[in-house]
Ligand binder design. Structure first.
Ligand code: SF4
Ligand code: SF4
Length: 99
């Protein structure tokens, strides 16, 4: 969701937007196009996810965010290579071939 940390060996370019399957809550300062949002059962606003599980703002061909410059704060704060990121990758990406 965020840019790659310079020191991280993990790259979003080699990922399949695993973190863009997570629930993304919207905050007051977010300016996301309304078509990509919905209200949850408690009345809060979140990014809409389609039936395939990914965020509605994700381009399914390139696996890139189509609203990158307007992405929610939660997406901006998500750190590439941090534990949460590694956990999502472990859940969704195929294992690398054994040496
Ligand atoms: S899970 Fe990590 S590597 Fe994959 S797109 Fe999200 S931040 Fe990037
Ligand atoms: S807004 Fe963009 S970065 Fe955030 S979950 Fe959706 S596609 Fe991913």
């Amino acid at each position: 969701m965020s840019g790659d940390a310079a020191t991280s060996p993990v790259s979003c370019a080699s990922c399949e937007a695993c973190c863009c399957r997570l629930e993304v809550m919207l905050m007051g300062g977010d300016e996301v196009p309304p078509a990509f949002t919905r209200q949850d059962r408690w009345g809060g606003w979140v990014m809409h996810r389609r039936d395939d599980g990914w965020c509605a703002a994700l381009d399914r061909q390139s696996m890139r965010c189509t609203i990158y410059s307007r992405r929610p704060q939660i997406c901006r704060d998500y750190a590439t290579g941090a534990d949460d990121c590694l956990g999502e990758r472990a859940q969704y990406l195929p294992l690398p071939p054994a040496d």
